[in-house]
Design a protein around this ligand. Sequence first.
Ligand code: ATP
Ligand code: MG
Length: 654
Amino acid sequence: MAQDIESTLIEKRVFPPSAEFARGAEVKSMDEYERLYARAAADLEGFWAEEARRLDWMQPFTEVLDESKAPFVRWFADGKLNISANCLDRHLAARADKPALVWIGEPGERRTLSYRELHTEVCKAANALTELGVGAGDRVAVYLPMIPELAISLLACARIGATHSVIFGGFSDTAIRDRVNDSSCKLIITADGGWRRGKIVPLKATVDAALEHGCPSVEKVLVVTRTRETVPMVEARDVRWETVVPLASAECPPVALEAEHPLFILYTSGTTGKPKGVVHSTGGYAVGAQYTTRLVFDLRDDDVYWCTADVGWVTGHSYVVYGPLMNGATTVMFEGAPDFPDKDRFWDIIEREKCTILYTAPTAIRAFMRWGDQFPERHDLSSLRLLGTVGEPINPEAWMWYRRVIGGDRCPIVDTWWQTETGAIMITPLPGATPTKPGSCTRPLPGIFADVVDKEGRSCGNNAGGYLVIRRPWPSMLRTVWGDAERYVKTYFSEIFVDGKALYFAGDGARRDEDGYFWVMGRIDDVLNVAGHRLGTMEIESALVGHVDVAEAAVVGRPDELKGQAVVAFVTLKSGRVASAAVKDALRAHVVKEIGALARPEEIRFTDALPKTRSGKIMRRLLKEIAAGGEVKGDVTTLEDVAVLNRLSAADEE
Ligand code: ATP
Ligand code: MG
């Protein structure tokens, strides 16, 4: 990247953790972090083996990392364990009555399951699955709303060694069909419906439609009663959860599974194209989820921890269910939307439940900013002690707002970079140690060897943009793409080579500053090339969002004969601001002032919404097609609101 561009952008503000937070934290200083990091660098296997021994193994491992068939690696391969036993059974001695799961339904119900109760429910569900013919190695699709049965289903599958494949509750029948068929699931767990903004999401009907399209592998559909509306039940195929699970025995010894046994398949969110069935292991994944939850959220026994992600995404797997439960935490699960019945729902929940940790997405934070401070101001948020973000780069403006309005200038923020494929957080501050800079995910965790490199695999100099790669394997990395080992190698291990060995690269561009802090610039494919200068879309978006009128912005390139690419900005204004030519001029001037004339948007289009995946990420590839004047041709199954596309295509142009 051109030097003049970044130098104006580098965030000068630095926020060290408070002495009070650091005192109680597991990692208390950067010195301690550096020591851990150096330890892992000197003895990668020893470091991870020690971490792995925090878990309960049914057969201890003697080997740690096997790279002989890289990039297909194995961790702890001769060990056996069960992740549900690590989430539940191991806590029964000390924490049986501690709330494991606190669930809040959208209409307002509240249900708490202690570790003992959750253990019982999981055992019963596991026995019911066995009775329905599911065994170790089978795949089970899970298409549920955010209700306790979702967590119970995952843990029940894990207990008997069935590989779960969660399909986000917003997906259509064809998306379900494709995913179910890709991994030939034997059983689908669903519900009659789910609640979303006061309306019923017809889950069972959608599963029925998917099965009508043809899902030959599916033998049974297990249906949880949630909304109580009548749904047709197909004889011999459909079974009510309530008729089998409560009657099943509460005794269910966990199956000892090889560490490499596939725990789950999860299809990526589809920002860049056709979803891939990412496969995660049991042992390595458990180690990664346990380790990162403990260190990054600095869990204490009295924390009330809330990760707002849907379990349909990897964040929900690792940080609503597995990570917190392995650590014996109290995890909050919420069924509904942040703006129902009103735009203060999150803050209401935090006040009522006295949440101490909140982990959410930048897209949600930008929506909260747009709605206004009056909503959080209605509530007492003083129970919070730590905030986190994940999913997209967070623009410094939103970071500052999150810190001030939600965190009361008191809570550290952990901006965590990771992917479905990495299984667990990779680059992140440690809240008691790392001084944070708004917009940077800071430094890799001990044991994670991230780097920013050029095409030839050479580390880039300070502030030079390049490919974000991971140089060494880590336990929770994906093992393959389901049914397509070739795609695994092609997608993740065929871009950058060092001495003939491929480095893990999964699409993101980044730069590293003079303190070794990582700044994710967005997808490499999204980086613009304007008149020979490389510009991160993220940086132009940040500048736009820094303007008082702007709530959200997405920037893409449009082919341009003269400059190579021209900058096109899609902009959503804050509530109450009116789009006009004068605002466009002001925004252009603002970008020129913040970054330079090079980044000046050629075209600005106002829109009431941006096309996003159902996990809230902006789908720039669709915007690119719109900006180029073409029709949107790519895969849109993961798009949240298809109508946005039509509105955008019709939006006023210059
Ligand atoms: P697909 O791979 O199907 O295109 P996706 O990459 O959006 O979908 P995820 O695995 O859910 O699916 O998202 C991981 C990506 O999200 C990262 O590669 C990165 O681009 C972005 N991301 C996640 N956390 C952060 C963060 N803290 N800062 C910057 N970017 C982030
Ligand atoms: Mg991805």
